[in-house]
Design a protein around this ligand. Structure first.
Ligand code: ZN
Length: 477
């Protein structure tokens, strides 16, 4: 449901990777489970390989299975980096729904109950999901991501809430001095039931830093000014969202690694969020150049504010197609904008540049067609850009009617969507319309599904009509 980020090459484009990217949606009804289909999540144990540069994943299932299906797609990434210990097994990619899935099976087709794989921690190139590993540049150790490792025997079981899984996982940190799973510090091998999102863990020599608001593992190699910026920004950011959107259940964790020059060419900066976790990884010699750009601190502030906003958005548990992503992605951008403005974490010029870029990119995409089709047209960024504007319009217009703030509006909408079990543009538009936001409601519906003749003109008319000041827009410069 949520998507993919990737930042490759010299240009940094951060987004939220792996968030629910293309996970199997298969629900197994008990009546459908024939002898041929084994509805069982595979147990997996992760531990460092003997060479110090790889990890092994040992899978086992209770009943013999013809195949293990890896829960998340990897777009060929696993095939490139996974090594099966036993030559009698193979890993193949095969078509699944709109994409591909990876499957491990025996070459002779016989059923099996266990199989082992190893992967180098140098492999950090999963294009459609989160990186499997990110090495720290100093002090050793790695951040690992379990979501990419979860697997099922033929079919995934359904949990009590109708989701896939749960997935039994054991992580053995070997002789690592420090070990963190999610945001919880652990002493030794740790077993738990993974949610289908997966989570990040850390095993290595760097001690986590724990405050009242979060737990962090920050790579000692991170340049001092970036580290200081995170130290300054993150605590007030968490307090800001807590005050306005309510406390979150679990103390969040933040993972930042800086492996420069690292093992890849160019620059790769990839960040994202998982339940209770925010992270960013830098890799490649040119990452230093990007980090030294004058606007990088503000980019980073926006990135972390956007990701932190996701932690507080509280939309998890609702199901929606990826092409409705403008709501949570644009919503997180809007909340980030408000936070940075209120916390004085970025200059007005920078924030206006972000709005101007979002406007220009959104209008350009709408020339091509309705926002709903942006993903199929290969422009997921449009959900951020148009979403930011749609949320601004709705919040401004509702505030003009009843004086409520954007945070109250967001909370009320999430409550409404959850009560109705529907997370859609139609529901959002209907909801804000009832609060008096006619212009914003019509704009959201049209942006999403109508062919707007002149998107720039329409946005330039509707945003101010809803109460948004557009002095920053290109046309008004
Ligand atoms: Zn996001």
């Amino acid at each position: 449901m949520r998507v993919l980020s990737m930042l490759i090459g010299p240009i940094v484009v951060a987004a939220c990777a792996g968030e629910g990217a293309g996970a199997h949606g298969t629900k197994v009804d008990a009546r459908d489970v024939s002898e041929r289909r084994v509805a069982e999540a595979a147990s997996v144990t992760l531990r460092p390989g003997g060479d110090g540069d790889s990890w092994t994943f040992n899978y086992s299932v209770d009943q013999p299975t013809a195949e293990l299906r890896l829960y998340r797609p990897s777009d060929g990434s696993r095939a490139a980096s996974w090594r099966l210990f036993d030559a009698d097994f193979e890993l193949i990619a095969r078509p699944y729904e709109d994409g591909e899935e990876d499957v491990i099976r025996r070459r002779d087709g016989a059923r099996f109950k266990a199989v082992s794989v190893s992967e180098s921690t140098a492999h950090n190139a999963d294009v459609i999901g989160y990186w499997p590993f990110a090495r720290l540049g100093a002090g050793g150790g790695v951040f690992g991501y379990t979501g990419r490792i979860l697997a099922c025997a033929e079919e995934c079981p359904a949990d009590a809430t109708g989701g896939d899984g749960p997935f039994p996982v054991t992580i053995d940190p070997g002789d690592a001095a420090h070990f963190l799973v999610g945001s919880a510090v652990q002493d030794g091998p740790y077993s738990y039931l993974d949610r289908n999102d997966g989570l990040k863990f850390y095993a290595g020599a760097t001690a986590p830093v724990e405050t009242n608001d979060f737990v962090a593992v920050i790579d000692p190699a991170l340049p001092g000014d970036i580290k200081r910026q995170l130290d300054t920004l993150f605590p007030p950011l968490m307090a800001y969202f807590t005050e306005r959107l309510g406390a979150i259940d679990e103390k969040p964790s933040m993972f930042v690694s800086y492996n420069v020059p690292g093992v890849r060419e160019g620059s790769h900066i990839k960040g994202g969020t998982l339940p209770g976790q925010v992270f960013m990884h830098f890799e490649g010699a040119r990452a230093t150049e990007i980090a030294a750009r004058p606007t990088f601190p503000y980019f980073l502030a926006w990135f972390f504010a956007h990701e932190a906003a996701h932690l507080f958005q509280n939309y998890r548990g609702v199901d929606f197609p990826a092409n409705e992503s403008w709501m949570h992605e644009g919503g997180a951008d809007f909340l980030a904008f408000l936070a940075l403005k209120d916390l004085d974490a970025a200059p007005e010029d920078y924030l206006n540049d972000r709005l101007r870029s979002a406007f220009d990119r959104c209008a350009e995409e709408l020339q091509r067609g309705p926002l709903r089709g942006a993903m199929e047209r290969g422009n997921f960024q449009a959900y951020y850009d148009c979403g930011l504007l749609l949320h601004m319009a709705a919040a401004a217009e509702v505030a003009g009617e009843d004086g409520s703030n954007p945070f109250e509006l967001w909370r009320a909408y999430v409550r409404n969507a959850k009560e109705n079990g529907e997370w859609s543009t139609a529901r959002f538009a209907g909801f804000v319309e009832e609060l008096g936001a006619d212009v914003a409601a019509r704009l959201a519906r049209d942006v999403m599904d109508a062919k707007i003749e002149d998107p720039t003109e329409r946005l330039l008319a509707d945003l101010p009509a809803a109460g948004v000041d557009t002095d920053w827009a290109s046309a008004n410069q």
